[in-house]
Design a binder for this molecule. Structure first.
Ligand code: G
Ligand code: MN
Length: 385
């Protein structure tokens, strides 16, 4: 063990003792390792807990790697499993994906590549557990809907759309790090962005809303004097809009300054080629942020798919953090872990000086919330402590 106290045990399963030993040696740099020559023995060990990740061969006598993966999914929905194969087959790959394999490693593999993958798997697994804890702290909010006269209401709401900007500040540097652009509707029937988006979704007009907001943001950015980053919220389905990926779009021209936020509240399931689309957005210069971390879906899919540069901690974790040791612990470990994974952390919804100071003490330097400025247009000034 080097430099890690609480990382858990990595389970390695292979009927080939040479591979087993080589993997154990590599992984013992950073992890405690337990080796097994059969899937059955590994399952018994996994049931007793404290496991950080599982690395397993696929082709083994007795229980195969795929069967092992399936048994693990009955025990733990998040525990990362990395499968090794000499002979890749489409069939086993698709089964592996169906059962939620973390990574598929093809022989011959570089040992340090395996170590890197296991380290990432173990970190994401810890993150998954913290997120489940966060969910338990907070109940989910039900969404309201109103179907009457939707088409008319929607058209009116679209006409009244405007964009507010809220600063994200760096406390240590006492400067504005960026602005989050927030869609606003002046229409009382669809008063908040979510109701506008719900209506747009039902009317098949999500793309229009996304494009409208993005063009407004690009226009405002053109008039801004500084070089602050601009954060904007994407609906997951915006990822499918070719206009977003168009290198000639108004937003693409300022892509280096733009952070695309994708909320954890919405699932990315059913969206084709998310990884390729996100990779393309990165090539254009955009950065990706996971929004509302700790508020929504507890799985790891969005992290694994998006590999965000920036993570925004949801305000349900910020709220009252000064008086809640549970939240302090959780936000402290979440932000440490994100930093370990080279992600920049922003804490949202900071309303009081107590929340601000507690977050600072926990190492969160980038803060956003009413304590500094409410979202507004024209761009509001920051109230510095
Ligand atoms: O999901 P997302 O994080 O993008 O939502 C941001 C929303 O939170 C915006 O609608 C914004 O008005 C609101 N908001 C921003 N700062 C604060 C705050 O300090 N307190 C509260 N209650 N809401 C905030
Ligand atoms: Mn946001």
């Amino acid at each position: 063990m080097r430099g890690r106290t609480n990382a858990g045990t990595v389970i390695v399963v292979d009927d080939d003792v040479h591979t087993l030993r080589a993997l154990a040696r590599t992984l013992s740099d950073g992890f405690e390792v337990a080796t097994y020559e059969s899937g059955e023995e590994a399952v018994t060990r996994i049931l007793s807990g404290g496991v950080a990740a599982v690395v397993s061969d696929i082709a083994m006598p007795g229980m195969s790697g795929l069967e092992l993966l399936r048994s693990i999914r009955n025990i733990d929905t998040d525990l990362p499993v990395l499968l090794i194969t000499g002979l890749p087959s489409v069939e086993s790959a698709s089964k592996a994906i169906e059962y939620g394999v973390f990574r598929y490693l093809q022989k011959p593999f570089a040992l340090d590549e395996v170590r890197g993958a296991v380290r990432q798997a173990a970190q994401l697994y810890r993150l998954a557990r913290m997120k489940r804890e966060a969910l338990e702290l907070e109940g989910r909010r039900p969404g309201a809907s109103d179907r009457i006269g939707l088409e008319v209401t929607f058209r009116r709401a679209i006409e009244s759309l405007w964009v507010a900007f809220q600063p994200i500040v760096s406390i240590s540097e006492r400067r504005v790090f960026g602005y989050e652009a927030l869609m606003r509707s002046a229409d009382p029937a669809l008063p908040d962005p979510n109701s506008v988006l719900d209506a747009a979704e039902r009317l098949g007009k999500l793309e229009d809303v996304g494009r409208l907001v993005r063009s407004r943001i690009a226009r405002v950015a053109g008039d801004m004097s500084g070089d602050e980053l601009l954060f904007l919220n994407l609906h997951p389905r915006d990822l499918l809009d070719p206009e977003l990926a168009d290198s000639d779009s108004v937003l693409a021209r300022i892509a280096e300054r733009v952070v695309l936020e994708i909320t954890e509240r919405a699932s990315l399931a059913g969206l084709d080629d998310v990884q390729a689309r996100v990779a393309n957005l990165r090539r254009l210069g955009f950065r990706i942020a996971i929004d509302d971390l700790g508020a929504g879906y507890a799985g790891l899919t969005s992290f694994a798919l998006l590999e965000p540069e920036i993570v925004k901690i949801d305000m349900s974790l910020t709220r009252g953090i000064g008086e809640s040791t549970v939240r302090q612990k959780l936000v402290g470990s979440l932000s440490n872990l994100c930093r370990e994974m080279n992600m920049t952390v922003v804490a949202e919804g900071v309303e009081t000086s107590m929340e601000r100071d507690t977050l600072c003490a926990l190492g969160c330097d980038l803060l956003q919330g009413y304590a500094f400025a409410k979202p507004a247009w024209p761009i509001p000034d920051v109230r510095w402590p």
